[in-house]
Design a binder for this molecule. Structure first.
Ligand code: PGA
Length: 247
């Protein structure tokens, strides 16, 4: 069985109150991989609180004249174990292309970081029935790299990402399962049972159970709801219950 992977993506927000408390839900969990993606400024504080931490993104170059950026190498040197690659907000707001994302994944693996590779179609792609085509293109170069590494794929349909808007609806569990199964079918046979594919996009305490009950959904990448420790705790509990791993 694949270990559930539940991640908090705090985006450009300050760390929630109490994130470093001894009872904090962001700390490592015995039955799930719980990982936090804080801003670069909060990586050290998360580390001190013994939280398993990841970078929200980084350039593939090791170091150099890139004002305002950080590298995979620097994230690893500061104790990060994971890194998001190709989050849709980076693709849309920073113009990152599939080639950029592939370079990031290669650099992440070289730096011994686990890449969490984000893919997902826009609302327009979906309306045109192009979801599978878009996702295949996003993963094309990456799939072969993943054969020998421990990467994670995050299916994050762009139309379901809340961006802080509570009215945005998540993908329905059956639709999400269909896309996860499709992504799994793209993986080489020998990795098909082991690569974790997580869902992101308006995941909340009230939909976590239904999403995680689906066989090909191995975890959740939680944005907005992860900023509330009580909500995040509930999401972890619901996810474990759905996989038969609850208390
Ligand atoms: P959301 O964000 O949970 O606020 O929709 C998810 C993400 O962008 O990773």
């Amino acid at each position: 069985m694949r270990t559930p992977f539940i991640a908090a993506n705090w985006k450009m927000h300050v760390a929630p109150d109490g994130f470093d408390a001894s009872t904090s839900p962001y700390r490592p969990h015995p039955r799930a991989d719980v990982v936090v993606f804080p801003t670069a400024l909060d990586i050290a504080a998360c580390e001190r609180a013994e939280i398993i931490v990841g970078g929200q993104g980084a350039r593939p170059e090791g170091h150099g004249a890139f004002t305002g950026d950080i590298s995979m190498e620097l994230l690893a040197a500061r104790g990060c174990r994971y890194v998001l690659c190709g989050h849709s907000e980076r693709r849309l707001k920073h113009g990152e292309t599939d080639d950029d994302v592939t370079a990031q994944v290669i650099a992440a693996l070289e730096a011994a970081l686990h890449p969490v590779i984000c893919v997902g179609e826009s609302a327009a792609d979906r309306e045109k029935g192009k979801s599978e085509k878009v996702i295949s293109a996003q993963l094309k170069a990456i799939i072969s790299i993943l054969t020998s590494s421990d990467g994670i794929i995050a299916y994050e349909p762009v139309w379901a990402i809340s961006g802080g808007n509570k009215d945005v609806q998540p993908a329905g569990p059956e639709d999400a399962q269909k896309m996860h199964a499709f992504i799994r079918s793209l993986l080489p046979k020998e990795r098909r049972d082991t690569v974790r594919i997580i869902y992101g996009g308006s995941a909340k305490p009230d939909n976590a159970f239904k999403l995680m009950r689906e066989p090909d959904i191995d975890g959740l990448l939680v944005g907005g709801a992860s900023l509330d420790p009580d909500h995040f705790k509930k999401i972890i509990e619901m996810s474990l219950d759905a996989k038969g791993l609850g208390d």
